[in-house]
Every structure is written in C-alpha cells, then in structure tokens.
Design a protein around this ligand. Structure first.
Ligand code: MG
Length: 157
C-alpha cells in the first residue's frame, strides 16, 4: 500500500463557472488558471503522483506548455492513471476536500463523486467528497479563491 496527498489552490477571476472534480458548476466567478483550473482534480493528480513517487503535476503538465492551455483536467487524471497502471499500481480509495466559502458543493457532490470514480476506474463507494469553509478567515474566507485537498491510497499489484 502507498499513500499520497495533494493540495491545490486557484484564485477566483472572471467567468461564469468552475470545474470541480470534472463537473461544470455555474458560479458568479471563474478561476485564474492555465488549464481549466479544476482544484479537485489537480489535488487528486498530486495525491496519485505522490503515492506513486512520481513527483507532482507541475512536472508532468507544466503550465508553460501550450498543450495544456485550457486543458480539461480530466485529461491529467487519465494520463496519471496510465502512469500508475504501467507500474501495477491501483487506486484503493480517494478522499477529497473542497475548501471554499462558495460555491456550495453539496448539490454537486454525487455528480462529482461519480465523475471522479469514473476517471479513476473505481466503484463509486471508493470516492468520498467533503466540503468545508475557513469560517471567513484568510484568503479562502474572503472568497479570493478555492482550494482542494486529496488523499489517496494505492495498492501494489
Ligand atoms: Mg491547479
């Protein structure tokens, strides 16, 4: 067994939606990002890469690379999963946390868990999504941006 953790933050910016866990969510703002700025999937990729000892998302998908401009972050997850499968590593479970004042995650929880489970090729019950705020404190409390944290467990086949 191997464990990994990931953390990602993006600032809010102009826009009318966010991508969270591969799901498009209407919101009064978007995020500033080179890719689609999906904090959940970015944190998830870092957790997967960390568990596998394969560095971080910036090494694999540099934001200086025009190939990833506006990229759907689901592509990152799929590419990372292929790296794991080549090493006979399989996802046991993923525990994800969104930290933000807004948008509310609860109405989208099921859709996000379904999409993440699909991307990871695991049963739905292996993916958990939590959401919290920082009680108004700090940059997240001021709603300057959104953060996500991920923890994953991999089994070695
Ligand atoms: Mg990111």
């Amino acid at each position: 067994m191997r464990i990994g953790s990931g953390l990602d933050v993006h600032a809010f910016g102009p826009g009318d939606h966010l991508m969270l866990g591969g799901v498009r969510i209407a919101h009064s703002q978007g995020v500033v990002a080179h890719s689609d700025g999906d904090v959940v999937l970015h944190a998830l990729c870092d957790a997967l890469l960390g568990a596998a000892g394969l560095g971080d998302i910036g090494q694999h998908f540099p934001d200086s690379d025009p190939r990833w401009k506006g990229a759907a972050s689901a592509r990152f997850v799929t590419a990372v999963l292929a790296l794991l499968q080549a090493r006979r590593l399989a996802v046991v479970n993923a525990d994800l946390t969104v930290i933000a004042e807004a948008p509310r995650v609860a109405p989208h929880r099921d859709a996000i868990c379904r999409e993440v489970a699909r991307l990871l090729e695991v049963p739905l019950e292996r993916v958990n999504l939590k959401a919290t705020t920082t009680e108004g404190l700090g940059f997240l409390g001021r709603a300057a941006g959104i953060a996500a944290q991920a923890v994953v467990l991999l089994s070695e086949g």
